[in-house]
Design a protein around this ligand. Structure first.
Ligand code: HEC
Ligand code: HEC
Ligand code: HEC
Ligand code: HEC
Length: 189
């Protein structure tokens, strides 16, 4: 009895922690809608802009949902004690897709969970900052939900930590950022 109570309290507590974990936008007082990576990609794919969309598409983050659909992922979920397939297990989805657990009304028509860990996981939900007028004014964009994480060491470990069943001790945020960085070329600014 006590053990059961203890375990469910623990589960509740960890799911609360995890909810705060995967979704950066949860800290935002006003909830913004998610538009999905392809919408950001309409502007962020030219050479001049810095091809952020193409870089992201080539990264593991774009594959993060597909990874959950593999037999290997189902095996991990089972070992963790879940009786649902990994791609249907909230405790896996919260780190492997954008917008997980937010109110369905906040997911725009073009948003696709299948696109995995998308721009808006790191930059905030974009429905209110995605217009050219707002985007060109960084201050205005930030007032409308844009986030530009400045410290990868504290930011990336929201998901890259030992709660990930496949986490390898000593993961280096700075070195990993080098693999996925996507700057706007200086000369065009
Ligand atoms: C209509 C075109 C357009 C769309 C759609 C768009 N952006 Fe932008 N974005 C821009 C432009 C233009 C800039 C200014 C870039 C520059 O400095 O040259 C910008 C700047 C940015 C910046 C850099 C802010 C800074 O100054 O540090 C980020 C981050 C960003 N966008 C993310 C996103 C994300 C995420 C989405 C999708 C939710 C998105 N953008 C959708 C056009 C767009
Ligand atoms: C919302 C959770 C989340 C956040 C935040 C996050 N990642 Fe990831 N990342 C993942 C997941 C999930 C995978 C595994 C995807 C797969 O293999 O299908 C991954 C994989 C990676 C990989 C490829 C595997 C590896 O470890 O080399 C790199 C590189 C990476 N992330 C870098 C970063 C960096 C840098 C940041 C911070 C700027 C970051 N990630 C923030 C969830 C996240
Ligand atoms: C705290 C966030 C987090 C949670 C929760 C999480 N993952 Fe991941 N997952 C990651 C990150 C980050 C990576 C990439 C680096 C790593 O392995 O830690 C990853 C990578 C993976 C990989 C690829 C491993 C490889 O070596 O290529 C699989 C498979 C996976 N996760 C399955 C799952 C399953 C199944 C669950 C649920 C039982 C789950 N993950 C829960 C963050 C998470
Ligand atoms: C895993 C987290 C993560 C994802 C996913 C991600 N970004 Fe970023 N992005 C960052 C970080 C961290 C920085 C800024 C770091 C710095 O320079 O301080 C950044 C910077 C930027 C910048 C500004 C670059 C500059 O030089 O000022 C733009 C534009 C941008 N991202 C757009 C996008 C778009 C568009 C997508 C999706 C196609 C995307 N990002 C996906 C983490 C991410």
């Amino acid at each position: 009895m006590f053990r059961k109570l203890f375990i469910s309290t623990l589960l509740l507590f960890s799911s609360l922690l995890l909810a705060a974990n995967g979704n950066v936008t949860n800290d935002d007082p006003k909830p913004h809608g998610f538009v999905g990576a392809e919408t950001c990609g309409m502007c962020h794919k030219t050479e001049k802009q810095g091809k952020q969309f193409t870089i992201w598409q080539g990264s593991k983050h774009a594959e993060a949902y597909k990874t959950l659909q593999t037999p290997e992922a189902d095996k991990i979920a089972k070992e963790k004690g879940f009786d649902t397939p990994a791609a249907k297990t909230p405790e896996c989805l919260k780190c492997h897709v954008s917008g997980y657990g937010v109110d369905a009304s906040l997911l725009g028509p073009k948003f696709k969970m299948e696109d995995g860990v998308q721009c808006e996981t790191c930059h905030g939900a974009g429905a209110d900052y995605k217009t050219l007028k707002v985007m060109k004014d960084k201050k205005l964009a930030e007032e409308n939900g844009l986030i530009v994480p400045t410290d990868v060491k504290t930011f990336c470990v929201k998901c890259h930590n030992s709660e990930s069943p496949t986490y390898k001790e000593g993961w280096d945020a700075t070195a990993s950022w080098e693999k996925i960085k996507h700057p706007v070329p200086a000369a065009t600014n």
